[in-house]
Design a protein around this ligand. Structure first.
Ligand SMILES: [Mg+2]
Length: 372
C-alpha cells in the first residue's frame, strides 16, 4: 500500500456561537488544517490539527506538509506508521528547526491520516483496530456553555439546558478575570443553580500567575471543583507543582504540550492529576499513545483536550484503559462523514471505518482556503 499523493488543506469552520473568548483566546472560526493521504490501493486518509483559523500560520503548517514531509512520504508503505513517524520527526534537518510548533502540528496531521488509512484498510473504526472498547459508556463533559465571554445569565441558561435537557452531568467553566473574586462569584451562581450533583471543572487557559492561582483556589475551596485546568503558564512545571502541593483542587493540563517528554516532566514533578494530551498537538496518535501509556503507568487518568473536537479522541477514549471523560464542543461535528454524537451525556461509539476524520466534500469546498 504505497503512498501516492499528499494533498494538504485548510478549512475554516464557523463556531456555533458567533465568537467565543477564554482568558487567552478569542475566535470566530476553528481552523481544520491538515492533509489527505492517498494510497495505491485507492484509500484516502484524513488527518488534521486544530487552529485559530489564522491563515498565515495555517499556511506554514500546510507548507511544512507539502515541502518538507511529502518528499519523505511519497512511495513509502502507508502501513509503516512507526517507521514513518520516526523518519519525519527525527529527520536531522527538521529536528534542528522543529520538535514543537509548526513541524509538530504538521506531523500530527500526517500521523492521524496514516492511522485513518490503517483502520479503513482493516474495515473497522479506529477503536476496534486498536484493540476494542474498554467500556460501553464514555461520558462527555460540556465546555461550550462556560466561555469567559458569556455573561452570567447566558452561562446560567446554557448550563441549565446542558444539564437538565441534554443530560450532561459534567461541565467546564472558563475562569481568568483580572480579579479571581469575579470568577468565584460566577461559579457560586452556577453551583447554586445546578446543585451539588453536577461536576464542575474550571479552566484558566494559562493566564494567571501563581499568587493569583492560590487566591482563586482559596476562594473556591467550598465549590467542589473537579479540576483546575491550565492554572498558569503552559510550560511552567515548577509553578504547577507548587500549586498542586498547596491546594486540594486537582490540576489538569496538557493541551499545550507538544511531546511525551514534556508530559513526563509534569508527571515526574507531581504537577498534574488529570493528563490532557491532544493528538493535534502531540505528533499525532502515535505519540498520544505514548503519553496515555505513561499516564497509565503512573495511575493517572487521561482526559483528552478536544483540538480535533473529539472526532479522534472518542476512538482513543473508548479504547485506552487510562481514559476517563472526554471534552465535548460541538462546533465542527457536522462537517464530518461520521459526526461525534452525545446523548444523555454519553458519547456514541463510532461505527464507520477509520479515525473519524473524513471531512465532507461539501465542507472542504465551501470552507476551504487557498494554500498560497
Ligand atoms: Mg483547556
Amino acid at each position: 500500500m504505497k503512498i501516492t499523493a499528499i494533498e494538504p488543506f485548510i478549512v475554516h469552520l464557523p463556531l456555533t456561537a458567533s465568537s467565543i473568548s477564554d482568558s487567552t483566546h478569542s475566535i470566530t472560526h476553528w481552523g481544520v488544517v491538515g492533509t489527505r493521504i492517498v494510497t495505491s490501493d485507492g484509500l484516502t486518509g484524513y488527518g488534521f490539527t486544530g487552529t485559530h483559523a489564522h491563515l498565515p500560520s495555517d499556511r506554514l503548517i500546510t507548507s511544512c506538509i507539502s515541502t518538507c514531509y511529502a518528499p519523505l512520504l511519497i512511495g513509502e508503505d502507508a502501513n509503516d506508521r512507526t517507521r514513518l513517524w520516526n523518519k519525519l520527526a527525527r529527520s536531522p534537518a527538521l529536528q534542528w528547526v522543529g520538535r514543537s510548533g509548526i513541524t509538530q502540528l504538521a506531523l500530527a496531521a500526517v500521523d492521524v491520516a496514516l492511522w485513518d488509512i490503517a483502520a479503513k484498510a482493516a474495515g473497522v473504526p479506529l477503536w476496534s483496530y486498536l484493540g476494542g472498547a474498554r467500556t460501553d459508556k464514555l461520558e462527555g463533559y460540556n465546555t461550550d456553555i462556560g466561555w469567559l465571554s458569556f455573561d452570567l445569565d447566558t452561562m446560567l441558561d446554557l448550563t441549565r439546558r446542558a444539564t437538565e435537557e441534554d443530560g450532561f452531568t459534567r461541565i467546564k467553566i472558563k475562569v481568568g478575570h483580572e480579579n479571581p473574586a469575579t470568577d468565584i462569584k460566577r461559579l457560586e451562581a452556577v453551583r447554586q443553580r445546578i446543585g451539588s450533583d453536577i461536576r464542575i471543572a474550571v479552566d484558566g487557559n494559562g493566564k494567571w500567575d501563581l499568587p493569583t492561582c492560590r487566591r482563586f483556589c482559596a476562594g473556591a475551596k467550598d465549590l467542589d471543583l473537579f479540576w483546575f485546568e491550565e492554572p498558569t503558564w503552559y510550560d511552567d512545571v515548577s509553578s504547577h507543582a507548587q500549586l498542586a502541593r498547596s491546594t486540594e483542587i486537582p490540576i489538569a493540563l496538557g493541551e499545550q504540550l507538544y511531546t511525551v517528554d514534556a508530559f513526563r516532566s509534569f508527571i515526574d514533578a507531581e504537577a498534574v492529576a488529570y493528563v490532557q494530551p491532544d493528538v493535534t498537538r502531540l505528533g499525532g496518535i502515535t505519540e498520544y499513545i505514548q503519553v496515555a501509556d505513561l499516564a497509565l503507568a503512573n495511575r493517572l487518568p487521561v482526559a483528552p483536550h478536544a483540538g480535533e473536537m473529539s472526532q479522534v479522541h472518542v476512538h482513543l477514549s473508548y479504547w485506552h484503559p487510562a481514559s476517563g471523560i472526554l471534552e465535548y464542543i460541538p462546533w465542527i461535528k457536522d462537517h464530518f462523514e461520521e459526526p461525534i454524537h452525545v446523548e444523555g451525556g454519553i458519547y456514541r461509539l463510532p461505527q464507520h471505518p477509520g479515525a473519524g476524520t473524513t471531512l465532507l466534500a461539501d465542507s472542504l469546498q465551501t470552507f476551504g482556503k487557498s494554500l498560497a
